[in-house]
Ligand binder design. Structure first.
Ligand code: DAH
Length: 355
């Protein structure tokens, strides 16, 4: 038996000298250390031997096993090193050994590239236009007080104008039992916050999410983006409003755009207007996009209401201003003919990848 073990050992060593790569080494390991190898069989059979035999053969067999295992580890290291050297050599132009089969010049597997969400792209584009016109970009809270969202904007409690905004109220009551916290229904509350914190001149745009308690459909989402604008100073007139928004429309929709202002009602401005651009698909002749009117409404605006100025302690005899607000998703919907607002926030890559 001892002779047999001696043979096993020398055979293993012998074979090892002829091994050239990792694959052959693995086969060698299976042959000499694997479950079916002679050595393993002998070690398994030890229990059936007498105590003395077991001692003698057992320790010899275990020695043989340690030697073979050690050789395996050493060779593994050497071959691995060799393998990497070969790869390097191949990369440098030469070809050698196992790695010659590995073509490191093959292009890698392409990883899908991420990109900015279409809303973010549009938001940045619009803010850039206003920054170029001298406006600052500011953000504000999405959870708001009734005071900022309505009250200070000249929309008192119980005023029917509140029906213009279907509101998500927060489940919270103050010490007087009033539910006065909500998800902002528009970005206009930031007009108040900004004016409370600074004195004129004020020129800001406020992009951000707003929320409406609304059944969703192709044109309504319960969450969407708005961009608010506010300019307050001495001697600001309606011409400033028109000039600024006309410039904005041209920069966003093309130099040849025409604009139309019509009266509209928003409690925090007087007069209030709705601005439309001539349809960029049909040039004003009338088509599907503009519902045959030739015009597309893109935002609400107006001269800041004196009550709003009073609410932030600005003297309406001294200061005037204009404000505007636009729904962000509407712009790419018009520009790219997207017919369902829900596509923006349903995380479907087939949609998002197009921008
Ligand atoms: N906040 C209004 C809305 O959500 C939009 C708006 C209209 C904002 C007129 C303004 C404005 O600043 O002057 O419907």
């Amino acid at each position: 038996m001892l002779k047999k073990l001696e043979e096993i050992k020398s055979k293993a060593v012998d074979e090892l000298n002829r091994i050239a790569d990792l694959k052959e080494l693995e086969a060698w390991r299976v042959r000499h250390l694997g479950k079916k190898s002679e050595l393993t069989q002998i070690l398994r059979g030890l229990s059936s031997l007498s105590v003395e035999e077991r001692k003698a053969i057992g320790s010899f067999a275990n020695d043989a096993k340690s030697v073979i295992e050690l050789l395996y580890k050493q060779n593994m290291e050497t071959l691995k090193e060799q393998f990497y050297q070969d790869i390097e050599a191949t990369a440098k132009g030469g070809k050698k050994g196992a790695a010659a089969k590995l073509d490191v010049t093959l292009p890698g597997r392409p990883l899908p590239l991420g990109r900015l969400h279409p809303t973010t792209q549009m938001l940045r584009q619009i803010c850039d236009i206003f920054v170029a016109l001298g406006f600052q970009v500011i953000e504000g809270p999405e959870v708001e007080w009734d005071y900022y969202n309505f009250e200070a904007l000249n929309i008192p409690a119980d005023h029917p104008a509140r029906d213009m905004w279907d509101t998500f109220w927060i489940d919270y009551e103050n010490e007087r039992g009033e539910r006065n916290m909500l998800l902002r229904t528009h970005t206009s509350p930031m007009q108040i916050r900004v004016m409370q914190q600074t004195r004129p001149p004020v020129r800001v745009v406020v992009p951000g999410k707003v929320y409406r308690y609304e059944a969703t459909d192709a044109t309504h989402e319960s969450m969407f983006y708005q961009i608010e604008g506010l300019a307050v100073d001495e001697h600001i007139t309606f011409s400033d409003l028109k000039g600024t928004l006309y410039e904005f429309a041209k920069r966003l929709f093309g130099e040849e755009r025409r604009v139309r202002f019509r009266c509209d009602y928003f409690p925090f401005v007087e007069p209030g207007v709705e601005m439309a651009i001539d349809c960029f698909v049909c040039g004003g002749k009338g088509c599907r996009l503009c519902s045959d009117t030739g015009w597309i409404e893109i935002l609400g605006a107006g001269m800041v209401h004196p009550n709003v100025l009073r609410n932030v302690n600005y003297d309406p005899e001294k200061y005037t201003g204009f404000a505007f607000g636009l729904g962000l998703e509407r712009i790419p919907m018009l520009k790219y003919g997207i017919d369902d607002i829900r596509l923006f926030y349903s995380n479907d890559l087939r949609f998002l990848k197009q921008f």
